[in-house]
Design a protein around this ligand. Structure first.
Ligand code: ATP
Length: 381
């Protein structure tokens, strides 16, 4: 253990004295110190390992925010990892009978199996929806919603029927980006009718929680609302449903990914090293849950000076290509950093809806690759 990791472990363990009664109660038979059992450093990120046996999602969320709140003040770059301390009980082995021949006794000895990461209850499809594509990023603010909206529109421009589900509880920006200001209605079958904009069917947390109340969404509520968005929305017949996932790779994302059959995931990143590390975490999460990676989109890759036209790699260059090479995932395209993209997002007039704009062409190419790669993956199955 290095001096830094020891210092962080001590700081986290000292939080025991500030835990609320409900958090203390959720710890059950373990003490806080037993649960916060180690800290490791990997490429400048401190991984705080926390035993989560017996904790539900809401309790884990509460614990994660206590740690984040307190360590965040010290400007450390860290993540909290929840893992199981006690191994799940294995099938009781039948003891070989006294009269067994030795060959019979061998029949009971099974080779050790790898843990099964698949959801226990199976995934439930969304009626009428042919393909679900998750758009994810390891961290917030890299342009995941911008890519989701423009990718959805680019697919629509190519003649597909497309819906977009804004599952980003922390900052549901899709309604603004698509200029939707009306609330969804409910039909006679009690199904929610998704508002339509620029030809896309849209559902978002933003319709139900204005920004100032977004904080009230907590683990179980999020899942309940998401389940309604999947199965109680009148999506109709769709070729593609694009899901703008919340940023990160925590429990909420995992649960979501494990609830529905996702055809593939698009990872959005910016070229900086820190963002790329997060992209790698995203890839790992999808691989763990058997969701194929359609590819990586590098956003804000170059800055084109509006005055002189010079291209600058503000955040570095070649990042997505490195991730692509190392993890054998295709690069779907590079989107430049331009003021017009930001303005179009704020105005609710996406550039992909405007004829002949260079950004529209960029996303058309990305969408073509998404379709091509998704079909190729389906054919491989
Ligand atoms: N290529 C780009 N050029 C200029 N501005 C961009 C670009 N991509 C995104 N932005 C702007 O950056 C901001 C963040 O983008 P966006 O909301 O898409 O990111 P996000 O990853 O979904 O963020 P969050 O996780 O916080 O929801 C927005 O104001 C958006 O308009």
């Amino acid at each position: 253990m290095t001096e830094n990791t020891k210092q962080i472990l001590d700081t986290v363990q000292e939080l025991e004295s500030v835990l609320s009664f409900s958090v203390q109660k959720s710890l059950g038979n373990f003490t806080w110190k037993e649960r916060t059992h180690s800290v490791e450093e990997e490429s400048g990120v401190f991984k705080i390992r926390f035993y989560s046996d017996g904790l539900n999602l809401a309790e884990k969320t509460a614990i994660e925010s206590i740690i984040k709140e307190n360590l965040g003040k010290n400007n450390y770059n860290f993540s909290v990892y929840f893992e199981r301390k006690e191994k799940p009980a294995t099938q009781p082995q039948k003891a070989p009978q006294a009269h067994s021949h030795s060959s019979e006794a061998h029949e009971h000895a099974k080779p050790q199996q790898k843990p099964d990461m698949r959801p226990p209850t199976g995934k439930r499809p969304i009626s009428g929806v042919k393909r679900i594509i998750a758009v994810a990023s390891g961290k917030g603010g890299v342009g995941k919603s911008t890519v989701s909206v423009n990718l959805a529109l680019a697919l629509y421009n190519q003649g597909y029927k497309v819906g977009i589900l804004d599952a980003d509880i922390y900052g549901p920006s899709v309604p603004t980006m698509l200029n939707i200001h009306k609330d969804p209605l409910v039909n006679e079958n009690n199904k929610i009718i998704p508002p339509e904009s620029f030809g896309l069917k849209v559902m978002s947390f933003g319709f139900f929680a204005p920004e100032e109340t977004a904080v009230i969404w907590r683990g179980p509520m999020i899942m309940k609302a998401l389940q309604q968005f999947f199965w109680d929305v009148e999506w109709g017949e769709l070729d593609f449903l694009i899901i703008d996932l919340p940023p990160g790779t925590g429990d909420a994302q995992l649960t979501l990914v494990q609830s529905i059959p996702i055809s593939g995931a698009v990872i959005v990143t910016t070229p900086q090293n820190v963002a790329l590390l997060d992209a790698v975490k995203g890839i790992a999460m999808f691989r763990k849950t058997d969701v194929p990676i359609i590819g990586v989109v590098e956003n804000m890759s170059t800055f084109s000076c509006p005055a002189c036209g010079t291209e600058t790699h503000i955040f570095g260059a070649g990042g997505a290509d490195k991730v692509s090479e190392k993890f054998e995932v295709p690069v779907l395209g590079h989107v430049p950093l331009i003021q017009e993209i930001r303005a179009a997002g704020d105005l609710g007039e996406p550039l992909t809806s405007q004829p002949k704009h260079a950004v529209r062409m960029r996303f058309a190419e990305i969408a073509e690759k998404v379709v091509k790669n998704t079909l190729a993956m389906e054919n491989k199955k």
